[in-house]
Write a protein that binds this ligand. Sequence first.
Ligand code: NAP
Length: 341
Amino acid sequence: MTLKVGVIGTGMIGQDHIRRLTKVLSGVDVVAVNDIDVKRAASVAPGGAVVFETAGDLIRSETVEAVVICSWGPAHEAQLLDCIAAGKPVFCEKPLVTTAAAARRVIEAEVAFGRRLIQVGFMRRFDGDYRRLKAVIDSGSLGTPLTYRSVHRNASVPAGLYTSDMPLNDTLVHDADISRWLLSDEVKGVEVRLPRRSSRGGDLRDPTLVLLHLASGALVDVEISVNIAYGYDIRGEVSCENGVASLPERPSAVIRDQHGVRQRVPEDWRERFIDAYDQEFREWIAAAGQGTTTGPSTWDGYAATLVADAALRAAETGAFQPITMVAKPGLYDTAIAQAAE
Ligand code: NAP
């Protein structure tokens, strides 16, 4: 059976996902596209796909069985609520939404619908290196996890596209989510420290150091550097009672020449996580074909949004910011325990 998908938002990642849905993965067909810039949508629409003037029309179209949202964060809430109203499985790029209140509204709508429909694009959970790291932690062979260090480095971010808060309201959600998932824990509070700014980042608060306080008492320190020039470098190391487990160096040819010994660093997220994006969609397509969804949930999107909000407050005040979550609906009980495969 072929899943008929409509893609909303045909910018950078929307185009990359259209490529994987049409050229890499099987069992799926892109039958509709929409972008606020209709000309852009038309220019990247795969052959045979209908270009819709509005996201709502695409979602309600009878030819669309499932939806992929790649518009910018502030547009996600209305599009997600429309998908729930239409009862259609939806893959939504991170962030789920941009405020905690919006996340609660989406949770309420999905709970009222009675079945999970939303998968959030936290692709690290589908990366082989992260899955092997989680398997080690979950096995208990190293004992209880005590600290986790998450390093998130981008070579650069497009000038003028983001506000100065970008590292905290856009980037940090990945580190928050993977910390919760790896350690099967919840974030209870956040501290932020802002060192001397990189002159490469303009107005951006960059780099940024974040300390996540987890419910178990474990601590996560996150380094976010979004203009570090040398490449896209994602690192992670869990320190446990009896040992340490970390993400490996990425496989790459070792070059020896007059400059020394070196290995290539991925250019950007598309290159580093190419297999993870493919896998998250393989699993989403399989579940959406059954009318449901899998992987990171609306609850996980809500948790990451709370961390981003708290981090922004912590950056403003310089003080520890506690996080309080609403009671977790039963619909999401198994979400954080999603097995490492
Ligand atoms: P982008 O290049 O700016 O693309 C977003 C597209 O959505 C643009 O074409 C934009 O049009 C369009 N759009 C905005 N509002 C819309 C609406 N209401 N309805 C339909 N289309 C709308 O941004 P991007 O880098 O692709 O990012 C898109 C989303 O993916 C963001 O939420 C981002 O955080 C996420 N993302 C995730 C990852 C990951 O690793 N998982 C990586 C990159 C991005 P205009 O340009 O005319 O506004």
